[in-house]
Design a protein around this ligand. Structure first.
Ligand code: G3P
Length: 222
C-alpha cells in the first residue's frame, strides 16, 4: 500500500521523505489556506520535495474553468495530479483530461456508485472519505470494501486513495481490504510507528545494558 501525506506544509513533506516511506502528497484548499502562501508557491515547493504524485485541487465548478486550472497546474511540475470534485462537471473534465494523458484524483467521493463513475471516466485515483462518513454515523470502511469489490469485478485500473483517514485503525482496516493508497495527516503518519510497549521495552533494554560489563577497547588499535 502506498502512503501519501495529506498536507500543504512542505516541512512535513521533507520530514516524511527523509523517513524513506513517503510515496506522494495530497493537498486541498483548506490545507493550503492554513499556510498563508500562494497555491503556486505551495505546489512548486511540495512537488520538488517529494519524488511522487502531488494532488492539486481545482476550485472552478464548471468544465471550462476546471480544464483551465488543470492545464495551469499540470504545467507547474511533471508530478502534479489534478484533483477534481465528484460532480457531473468534474466527471466530464476527468474524461477529457484522461484522454489528454493528464492524471486525475477524483475527490469528495462518498458512495460506491460515485466511485464507479469516476473509474469509468478514466480517473487515475478516486478518493473516498472514510472519516467524514464515520462522522455522520455511516461506516466509512464499508465504502472502501464495496469499491474494492466493484473495481476488481471489472478490472478498473483506477486506484483507491483512501482520504479522511483519522487514525491507525483506519489504516489497518483499509490495508486489510486492499486499498491502493492511504493519505494521512502527518500526526497520524507518526502514530503508525509508535507503540508505548516499544518505548518502555527499549528503555528497559538500554537500562539493563548499562549493567553489562563492557570489554575494554584494545589500546592503540587502528
Ligand atoms: O484531503 C481530503 C481529506 O483527506 C480530508 O480529511 O480529516 O478533513 O475529513 P478530513
Amino acid at each position: 500500500m502506498k502512503f501519501f501525506l495529506d498536507t500543504a506544509d512542505v516541512e512535513e513533506v521533507r520530514e516524511a521523505v527523509a523517513w524513506g516511506l513517503l510515496d506522494g502528497v495530497t493537498t486541498n484548499p483548506s490545507l493550503v489556506a492554513k499556510t498563508g502562501k500562494t497555491f503556486r508557491e505551495v505546489l512548486c515547493d511540495i512537488a520538488e520535495a517529494v519524488p511522487g504524485p502531488v494532488s492539486a485541487e481545482v476550485t472552478a465548478t464548471d468544465m471550462a474553468g476546471m480544464l483551465d486550472q488543470a492545464h495551469e497546474y499540470a504545467d507547474l511540475a511533471s508530478n502534479i495530479v489534478i484533483k477534481i470534485p465528484l460532480i457531473v462537471e468534474g466527471l466530464k473534465t476527468v474524461k477529457k483530461l484522461s484522454e489528454e494523458g493528464i492524471k486525475t484524483n477524483v475527490t469528495l467521493c462518498f458512495s460506491s456508485t460515485q466511485a464507479l463513475l469516476a473509474a469509468k471516466a478514466g480517473a487515475t485515483y478516486v478518493s473516498p472519505f472514510v472519516g467524514r462518513l464515520d462522522d455522520i454515523g455511516h461506516e466509512g470502511i464499508e465504502l472502501i470494501r464495496e469499491i474494492r469489490t466493484i473495481f476488481d469485478n471489472y478490472d478498473f485500473g483506477t486506484q483507491i486513495l483512501v482520504a479522511s483517514a483519522r487514525g491507525p485503525i483506519h489504516v489497518r482496516d483499509v490495508a486489510i481490504i486492499g486499498a491502493d493508497v492511504v493519505t494521512l495527516p502527518f500526526k497520524v503518519f507518526e502514530m503508525l510507528a509508535k507503540h508505548p510497549l516499544t518505548d518502555s521495552g527499549l528503555e528497559k533494554f538500554l537500562d539493563d545494558w548499562k549493567k553489562v560489563p563492557q570489554d575494554k577497547k584494545p589500546e592503540g588499535g587502528a
